[in-house]
Design a protein around this ligand. Structure first.
Ligand code: ADP
Length: 334
């Protein structure tokens, strides 16, 4: 069995075109016979080669369905998908070999050492003995000194890194990480970040799903947000944040304000306390100096001032908010 190493490097590590998935329901669910769920509705997106790509969306958005289609666990209803240039219909084997998937669950056999585990996994993927790199991979995820330890003696964070190592045995150019830091404490999360950044810096394209939006913002250069099976945004992280065009300034003054100074009327303001006002403004059209001047012109002395940039969390909430917020969503998605 040969690994698809010789494939020319494609422009996009993953290409998804008009992908649809409709789950059929029925049978065992009383009253649901024949009902269907459209989990992906005509979804198209590309994951550029070498990118660190976040796939975000609320629960039920269709993220797992998408990942499972790419890894061959779920059969799509229609549309096309390619992994490293390999069409999943015509060449699922090559597509699958181009992909490493790190699952959410810590499903490790406790009786194997990390090195044994990687050797077994390499065998399953048909990696010939001379091309196995178990020790190199363990070093890459910071587990070199644990190569001979029993998996059951590893901490939670080490096990997660071992799962990443396991997904890397066949040297896939594309790695999918499904909620890799869920339930992991802050320190271990940082360690995993270092591992993921390092793998990406060495050329592995990473597709990451996470509930921690600050994690996506810190790690990922490109972000796709899906909601109810549809793509609501796909852009460079910086462009997505700039699109929100919103900054917040929190200003504290030397004496009580009975009302917001007149010069701040063009902005969205909120009196947080008699001496503190928050001002939201679009940095593309307004300057922080205008806001400061408006306060000073009203005779106040500023005793403290902090600013907050828009965060990915703000973009996410705006784009995936349902009901009355749908108008915002249409405007922000333009
Ligand atoms: P996410 O991973 O973003 O939470 P999923 O892909 O798990 O979303 O689910 C998308 C939609 O498809 C949801 O409405 C979910 O209930 C439905 N779904 C997922 N798997 C199945 C299945 N095996 N059978 C029927 N419906 C499913």
């Amino acid at each position: 069995m040969t690994l698809p190493r010789q494939t020319p490097r494609p422009e996009n590590a993953v290409e998804i075109s008009h992908l649809r998935k409709v789950y059929g329901r029925g049978g065992n669910v009383p009253g649901a016979e024949g009902a269907t769920v459209a989990a992906l509705k005509d979804l198209s997106l590309n994951v550029p080669r070498g990118s660190f790509f976040a796939l975000l969306g609320p629960n039920g958005a269709g993220k797992s369905t998408l990942i499972n289609i790419l890894s061959g666990l779920v059969i799509k209803t229609s549309g096309e998908a390619r992994v490293w240039g390999h069409d999943i219909d015509r060449d699922m084997r090559a597509a699958r070999l181009s992909l490493g998937v790190v699952p959410q669950e810590l499903n490790l056999d406790p009786f194997f050492t990390p090195r044994e585990l990687l050797e077994v996994q390499a065998g399953l993927f048909g990696v010939p003995a001379e091309r196995r790199r178990s020790d190199e991979i363990l070093a890459a995820v910071g587990l070199a000194d644990k190569a001979g330890a029993y998996a059951r003696s590893l901490s939670g964070g080490m096990r997660r890194r071992l799962l990443v190592a396991k997904a890397m045995v066949h040297s896939p150019p594309v790695l999918i990480l499904d909620e890799p830091t869920a339930g992991v404490d802050v320190e271990l999360r940082r360690q995993l970040w270092v591992t993921m950044r390092d793998l990406n810096a060495r050329g592995t394209t990473i597709l990451l799903t996470t509930h921690y939006l600050e994690e996506a913002q810190a790690l990922c250069d490109r972000v796709a947000i899906i909601d109810r099976g549809e793509l609501v945004a796909c852009d460079d992280t910086s462009a997505l944040l700039a699109r929100l065009d919103s900054k917040e300034m929190l200003i504290t003054v030397d004496r009580d304000m009975t009302r917001v100074p007149a010069g701040l009327v063009p902005f969205r303001t909120e009196l947080r306390s008699p001496r503190q006002v928050s001002v939201s403004y679009p940095p593309s059209r307004a300057h922080s100096g205008e806001i400061i001047a408006a306060i000073q012109d009203a005779g106040f002395v500023i005793t403290n001032l902090t600013t907050r940039e828009a965060a990915l969390e703000d973009v996410f909430l705006r784009l995936t908010r349902h009901g009355p917020g749908d108008g915002d969503r249409a405007a922000a998605a333009q």
